[in-house]
Ligand binder design. Structure first.
Ligand SMILES: [Zn+2]
Length: 195
């Protein structure tokens, strides 16, 4: 089967998208210099080695995996906000034990004043808890869509001469446009903030 690029009509620079993606990732290992570290009376020689994956711009553009932002930070904020919330409650219950205001309106104002900060702080806790649940649900939906997105992604071809992606008998499109289509195939295009 010959897959010719719809723009240059050549086959020599055409590669399947998964192959082009993998080909653009190189694992490298750098043997760093030797450093003398003072230890006791003598010195210890330590060598530094660095490992990493270098990704070409092409591979980065063809990456089918969306950036999924973790939800843990939102939960941390919610839990952290519980501390001042409970502090305000204990303060409010302590203040409420004082003399009641002489009039009914004064008592309402007193009550509102006492419970304003506990209410606001618990509202913030609830807000971050809701954001946390929404983030979890969004991430779960992205994960569910990844197999469909990958199935679509695998069928595409990349022309290294033109720098575009195409499907057999289709038009050439930019890698960015293709990425949008991959996300749509996974049904999570609307959930990802483009960067
Ligand atoms: Zn081409």
């Amino acid at each position: 089967m010959e897959i010719a690029c719809p723009q240059c009509a050549q086959v020599d620079q055409v590669q399947s998208v998964p192959a082009a993606f993998q080909g653009g990732q190189t694992t490298y290992r750098v043997q760093g210099g030797v450093t003398a570290v003072p230890a006791g009376d003598g010195v210890v020689y330590a060598s530094t080695t660095h490992r990493g994956v270098s990704v070409t711009a092409t591979a980065a553009a063809l990456n089918p995996y969306p950036v999924v932002r973790g939800a843990g930070c939102l939960l941390t904020v919610a839990l952290f906000l519980l501390i001042p919330a409970f502090a305000f409650v204990s303060f409010a219950t302590g203040a409420g034990a004082g003399d009641p205001a002489p009039t009914a309106g004064g008592r309402v104002g007193q009550l509102a004043g006492t419970w304003f900060f506990p209410f606001v702080s618990f509202a913030l806790v609830a807000l971050f808890a809701v954001l946390f649940v929404l983030r979890l649900r969004r991430n779960a939906r992205i994960r569910r869509g990844i197999p469909d997105a990958l199935a679509y992604w695998r069928q595409a071809w990349f022309c290294h001469r033109c720098g575009g992606v195409f499907f057999p008998r289709g038009e050439l499109m930019s890698a960015a446009a293709f990425r949008g289509q991959v996300w749509r195939a996974g049904d999570y295009a609307g959930l990802i903030r483009r960067r």
